[in-house]
Design a protein around this ligand. Structure first.
Ligand code: ZN
Length: 385
């Protein structure tokens, strides 16, 4: 039932929202691992449905639906309801398939927005077992077995081959999928297994010594397939290869990239003495100290640190290299300035953070646009005359 008429029996404000109870409702409240329905009451959007302690179905809305005694029209969101049917029926099918093929009982279920999962009594299952369960489950969908809903007494329920015997007494709702599965269950389900359309296992996780198996069903699985299809299409287009070759192509590109980085590092190492000499020529005398201050938009910080050390080996002074957001400082023993101490003083006067030893230091949080200001402060600190 997706459309219904009812009368309001209770209406009150709570936590800035409105809670409405009706004399009858087709809205499913969150319970038994299944998500609540959404929809409208007199065109007012129902954002949540909860079962109260007294067993009432409480409809949560952003504004008032009406006064006690008012007649209302309820409409349940059909797409979300179908999604819940599919997830829930898929769970019954999977729980039975795990018993048949892996002797694994379902101990708890989760039928969420993003994915659903069953927690199994088993601690581990092989990929082969999981694949067999997935195949059998999809065969059960193809077999299009009717899903029956029955209300029976607890005595009658005791004589049925129920997957789990319920604790409750009185009238019990039983969901029967042909001769495959009998379950005491209060959730909403498909009328035929074919309505589930597809079940895809998407991962496992160990919790409390149990294996939790995540799965997608129906529309959720189709949406996921679309995303993955678009992704592999885009990758295959960009890598100009067949989707079967994407992983191979990626491995090849990765290896090439690694090789090129190695070559680049070797080249930079070869060029280092030459660059150091070039920079050493920019030297300026501040007080008793010789300073080389150099700025680069981007680059490798380790390489910059090497370069700074090489520069001070030539100048016997201080070298400050600003590379992107980092600053490296190198100081020669003969220069009378300690790199770590200079970094500390600089950090106290700017937003830079870091430190180092007497010979070298590094600071992070630099802004290349403030290079002139950094230079001015360093000049002051070195005793500009
Ligand atoms: Zn169920």
């Amino acid at each position: 039932m997706l459309e219904f008429d009812a009368a309001i029996v209770d209406s009150r404000q709570a936590d800035g929202k409105w809670h409405t109870v009706l004399d009858r409702s087709a809205f499913y409240p969150t319970s038994g691992g299944q998500l609540h329905d959404t929809g409208t009451l007199n065109r007012v959007e129902v954002i949540e449905v909860i079962e109260t302690d007294s067993g009432d179905v409480c409809h949560v809305t952003g504004r008032e639906v009406g006064a006690v005694g008012d007649n209302i029209r309820g409409t349940v969101n059909a797409a979300r309801r179908l999604g819940n049917h599919q997830k829930h029926t898929a769970q019954h099918i999977l729980s039975q398939a795990f018993i048949k093929l892996a002797q694994a009982e379902t101990v708890s279920v989760h039928l969420g927005e993003e994915y659903a999962s069953v927690e199994l009594s088993a601690g581990e299952l092989s990929d082969k077992q999981l694949a067999e369960v997935e195949t059998l489950s999809n065969q059960i969908i193809v077999d299009n077995i009717p899903v029956e809903v029955m209300f029976v007494s607890s005595d009658q329920a005791a004589s049925m081959p129920l997957r789990k015997v319920p604790d409750r007494t009185g009238k019990i709702r039983v969901i029967r999928i042909g001769d495959l599965d009998w379950s005491a269950c209060g959730g909403t389900h498909c009328r035929q297994t074919a309505e589930v359309s597809v079940i895809k296992l998407i991962g496992t996780e160990k919790i409390r010594g149990h294996l939790s198996v995540r799965f997608l069903a129906g529309r959720q699985a189709l949406d996921d397939y679309r995303r993955r299809f678009d992704l592999t299409q885009a990758l295959s287009h960009q890598l100009t290869c067949h989707i079967n070759d994407i992983v191979g192509k990626f491995d090849k590109l990765s290896a090439e990239n690694k090789d090129q980085r190695k070559q680049l590092a070797e080249l930079q190492a070869k060029l280092l003495p030459m660059r150091a000499q070039e920079l050493a020529q920019q030297i300026k005398q501040y007080g008793k100290t010789k300073l080389v201050f150099h700025v680069e938009e981007a680059g490798d910080v380790q390489m910059a640190a090497k370069l700074a050390r090489e520069v001070v080996a030539h100048t016997e002074g201080v070298a400050v290299l600003l590379v992107g957001g980092r600053m490296v400082i190198a100081a020669h023993e003969a220069g009378g300035v300690k790199a770590g101490a200079l970094a500390k003083e600089l950090a106290a006067k700017t937003s830079l953070k870091g430190g180092g030893s007497d010979n070298q230091a590094q600071l992070g949080g630099a802004n290349i646009k403030q290079a002139d200001e950094y230079r001015r402060i360093i000049e002051e600190l070195l005793g500009y005359e």
